[in-house]
Design a protein around this ligand. Structure first.
Ligand code: UDP
Ligand code: MG
Length: 322
């Protein structure tokens, strides 16, 4: 009997310190899975254009174990595209996504696999607690998941990171989604199938710093909202309608006042206030349209999603049980 395959996809950007800490834990889990779950495992490290020694570290790890595959992108494309590149290289079996910094404990992988074997297609880890992250990051993340959950018709589970296992059919579906502005959490939700949320305790980073500062998180949030809902456009319409209504009533009042009591030249302050207010509303609405238009422009260029610098497949994963 041939074995099922599992690829653990790890996107890494400047993780030279973390990878050597993560790797032995991963190997131990892979050994256990091969023995207990009869799985053929490999790990695919994606170097997302790191500028520290990450690639050299990866090459050492690959030289030491035949189950390590390596992919290096031509530059830093960001986590979403690095994951896409990694998942594109999974041709058979299931895929599991793991952060390189040890925040998603690899020791939980057997539980993900067990759920997959029960017939779930998308097993995602839901964070119970988050260690080592400030209250501001936690609060804004909390708010973001609630907002996008309300706005989007695609189910996007709250407090769910990218720690997840995709069955072969869920993976095949995801590989068909080739949009450029990728908000992976939403794309996973779009795919659907049988989903299972596995609660886990998110640990602190084992080394180095988070690559997501507030600016990057803000952009990710914009990406998520514009990719999965057009609610802001509708909001602009309603805002416009509301201001038009108020402006109309105010206009009536101004005319009535002039007819009833004459028209001495006053009202400079109110005129300034109205002009500035309307200007502001118009600029906001234009900005919202611009966000969508810019993404449409990106999409229309039809560039490849990412470019590969080098690809080193694994050398020793056996489909036959030993
Ligand atoms: N990452 C990446 N490309 C980037 C930024 C991050 O591949 O441009 C990887 C990073 O190496 C890590 C994962 O994405 O494995 C999560 O990043 P990080 O830990 O910085 O994010 P956080 O856990 O703070 O949300
Ligand atoms: Mg992290």
């Amino acid at each position: 009997m041939t074995r099922d395959h599992l690829t653990i996809v790890v996107a890494a950007y400047n993780e030279a310190e973390s990878l050597p800490l993560l790797h032995p834990r991963l190997l131990a889990v892979m050994d256990a899975l091969e023995a207990d779950a009869n799985l053929a495992c490999r790990v695919l490290y994606v170097d997302d254009g790191s500028r520290d020694g990450t690639w050299a570290v990866m090459q050492q790890l690959a030289a030491a174990d035949g189950r390590v595959a390596l992919l290096r992108l031509s530059r830093n494309f960001g986590k979403e595209l690095a994951l896409t590149a990694g998942l594109d290289r999974v041709e058979r079996g299931a895929a599991l996504i793991l952060d390189a910094d040890g925040q998603d404990p690899p020791e939980l992988i057997p539980e993900f696999v067990a759920k997959w074997r029960e017939g779930y297609d998308d097993v995602h880890g839901t964070r119970l607690e988050r260690d080592g992250e400030g209250w501001l990051k936690r609060a804004t993340a909390h708010l973001f998941y609630r907002v996008i959950g309300r706005l989007s018709r695609t189910p996007i589970p709250a407090d769910t990171g990218d720690f997840r296992l995709l069955s072969p059919r869920a993976l095949a579906a995801l590989q068909q989604l080739r949009e450029r502005n990728r908000f992976m959490k939403g794309l996973f939700g779009w795919v659907g199938y049988n989903r299972f949320a596995l609660p886990y305790h998110r640990e602190a980073r084992n080394a180095g710093q988070s690559k997501f500062n507030f600016w990057r998180l803000w952009n990710l949030a914009l990406e998520g909202i514009t990719s999965f809902t057009t609610a802001p456009l509708r909001l602009a319409t309603y805002l416009g309608l509301l201001t038009a209504l108020v402006a109309f009533c105010y206009g009536l009042w101004v005319v009535a006042k002039a007819l009833l009591w004459g028209d001495p030249v006053t009202g400079w302050p109110s005129m300034m206030a109205v002009i500035l207010f309307l200007g502001g509303v118009q600029l906001i609405a234009l900005g919202v349209i611009g966000e969508y238009l810019g993404r449409l422009y990106d999409e229309s260029k039809q560039r490849p999603l990412y470019l590969v610098d080098s690809w080193r497949p694994e050398t020793g994963v056996s489909s036959e049980p030993s």
